[in-house]
Design a protein around this ligand. Structure first.
Ligand code: NAP
Length: 454
């Protein structure tokens, strides 16, 4: 219901329909008196949940149930397949809405900054994860899986996801929504070993305990490490929480096998700590990774001068992400995110999630950003003399602008038709069979029984 004294509800455009966009919408809906338009580059919503969360972590993907309820709220409209920069500009959006919230995530890989990283066969985790998750940007990636070893750089949860998906058996992946081509390519690969390269030690690794423990229960892969790389104990001086986390992870790592022994499983994951990447080697494609042994001296990372080479056909840096620049929006290049102060970029312009604070935390970590953005929007719109005029055209204006440019958008019922078609095509045991190109999604909508776009 519109608030008293306000002829029209507050109009808000949220750009990006991943978790942070939905949390911002939820927070805005809580106080009512708002009309929200979710603008999404792809026909499909849910961002990182659909394209980033590992396909075998279906329980994490359940969060979309709540997002679906939000999308179906009468105050919310979905504009899929509408791209900021291509179909409309940030200034146009700001002119149309009382507030604009950017929830565009951090979709680009951070560069490694070493020689050889442009060689074919170096595939950043954003691209690699996108590929196996059926993200349309990476459907044609075709990463080289013809080698016997792959190296994943980084000791975070994304590195674990990549390693796990590479070594799980087709039977283990059957209950996932991995892209069909990726599943077939991984199953057919002669891959034997995935090395997880960490530049620091087990105590500094950013693995969650649950994800690390999961590695020990893989059906078709053993997990190995050099027990000599594990410390005898966790230093007392670590803060309480960090110490407990490190102790738990250390206990899990101690349960893994020593390198050398074998269980006869088809593949294996090897943890290699204290090794930093120096260069990717190869003439026309990746042939090896050169690394240097490191040590922590007073907590600082130091090279020891000892080097080694790992022959491999694929290198996946999983070292974090960056946001992309948006013309007309200030960018913090040092941190790879939008320049903002507690989520505020400028008058009527806000950001939430990874484009606000960088790529950290779990899905739910963006909730707080949404709450803060909603509160700030209310404050600003209620206090500001121009915003209180309610002169912005909002949804009506957006529809007019898109129609003028002959931009056809995918509305929420149209997405639901795509969703239903994916579910109906699911192989036995799997939740869905994903469309991996935008063209295929749009083609479905054009069929007489496929549901309608806007
Ligand atoms: P992350 O947790 O920040 O880990 C990045 C890793 O890359 C760190 O080990 C870091 O080492 C290493 N690194 C960075 N620059 C490097 C370089 N130049 N050379 C070698 N190593 C380098 O990032 P992430 O794994 O991409 O995950 C992003 C966020 O998503 C995290 O908050 C993560 O927990 C979350 N996530 C959660 C789940 C889950 O809950 N299941 C799944 C996936 C992702 P240093 O520590 O030495 O910098």
């Amino acid at each position: 219901m519109a608030r008293s004294g306000r002829p029209k509800p507050l109009s808000v455009a949220i750009v990006g329909s991943g978790p942070s966009g939905f949390y911002a919408a939820e927070a805005l809906l809580r106080d009512g008196g708002v009309a929200i338009d979710l603008i999404e580059r792809l026909p499909s919503p849910f961002g990182l949940v659909r394209g980033g969360v590992a396909p075998d972590h279906q329980s994490t993907k359940q969060v979309v149930r709540a997002f679906e309820r939000t999308a179906e709220h009468r105050a919310v409209a979905y504009f899929g397949h509408v791209e900021l920069g291509r179909d409309l500009t940030i200034d146009e959006l700001r002119g149309l809405y009382d507030a604009v919230v950017l929830a565009v995530g951090a979709p680009a890989d951070r560069p490694l900054g070493i020689d050889g990283e442009a060689l074919p066969g170096v595939v950043g985790s954003a691209a690699f994860v996108g590929w196996y998750n059926g993200h349309p940007d990476f459907a044609a990636l075709s990463p080289p899986l013809d080698g016997r070893r792959a190296v994943v750089i980084g000791n975070g949860n994304v590195a674990l996801d990549v390693a796990r998906v590479l070594v799980k058996s087709p039977a283990e992946m059957a209950v996932s929504d991995i892209a069909e081509d990726a599943s077939a390519a991984i199953a057919a690969s002669p891959l034997e070993e995935v090395v997880l390269l960490g530049r620091r030690g087990p105590l500094e690794a950013r693995f969650s305990q649950k994800e690390l423990r999961e590695m020990g229960g893989l059906e078709a892969a053993e997990v190995a490490l050099d027990p000599g790389q594990l410390p005898a104990a966790v230093p007392e001086e670590l803060p309480e929480r960090a110490r407990r986390l490190a102790e738990r992870n250390l206990a899990v790592l101690r349960g893994f096998r020593a390198v050398g022994g074998g269980t006869g499983k088809r593949r294996r994951v090897r943890f290699e700590f204290f090794a930093r990447p120096l260069a990717v080697l190869g003439r026309t494609r990746v042939e090896a990774l050169r690394w240097e042994r490191t040590a922590l001296v007073d907590g600082r990372l130091r090279g020891t001068g000892e080097t080694g080479e790992l022959s491999c056909g694929l290198v996946v840096p999983a070292i974090g992400y960056r946001s992309r620049r948006i013309p007309g929006v200030p960018f913090d290049a040092a941190h790879g995110r939008l320049r903002n102060r507690e989520g505020r970029i400028g008058p009527g312009l806000y950001c939430v999630g990874w484009c606000r604070r960088g790529p950290s935390g779990v899905i739910g970590s963006s909730k707080q950003d949404g709450d803060q953005a909603a509160a700030a929007i209310r404050r600003e719109c209620e206090a500001g003399p121009e915003a209180s005029q309610n002169g912005k055209a909002g949804r009506r204006g957006l529809r007019r602008l898109l129609a003028r440019r002959a931009v056809t958008w995918v509305d929420y019922p149209a997405w639901q038709a795509i969703d239903a078609a994916e579910r109906a095509a699911a192989p036995a045991g799997a939740p869905r069979r994903k469309f991996v190109t935008v063209e295929d999604m749009l083609a479905l909508l054009e069929r007489p029984s496929g549901g309608g776009g806007a």
